[in-house]
Ligand binder design. Sequence first.
Ligand code: FES
Ligand code: FES
Length: 161
Amino acid sequence: MKRLIQLTVNGQAHDLVVTPVGTLLDVLRDDLGLTGAKRGCDLGACGACTVILDGRPVNSCLTLAVEADGSDVATIEGVAAPGRLHPVQEAFAVHGAVQCGFCTPGMVLVTKSLLDECPEPEDRQIREALSGNLCRCTGYVKVLDAVRAAARRLRAREGVR
Ligand code: FES
Ligand code: FES
């Protein structure tokens, strides 16, 4: 039986009719046209579908839409001001951490979430945070460089060292 849910996505409220087995990824991509979250494995193994749900990164392919009822969702489409890149996105571009780009929205959102909580992470913490996000292109070294650079840039912007 279908259900009505309410989601706030990138600051905009939506009333949505969903099936009991529909996922948050289905809703974002198919109902709202937000295709930044990618459907990779659809099994919770690749992180390409990552979004921020009530402040925490989640695999939207594993999150039922009904479970997200009443929640606040942030997707890659809302991460930066219109026409601009977020400093994490800039760092990924500058440091060659984007190749095909399929993993990038998930990587950027996880990185942003990490740096919001931990502005000066150790490499171990960066690796741990991104351990659920697979990339078949970059070999991860450039991703690590990008996250370190983004952290430095955000700290400089906030006037912290
Ligand atoms: Fe969700 Fe791979 S598509 S984890
Ligand atoms: Fe291609 Fe990561 S840049 S999968």
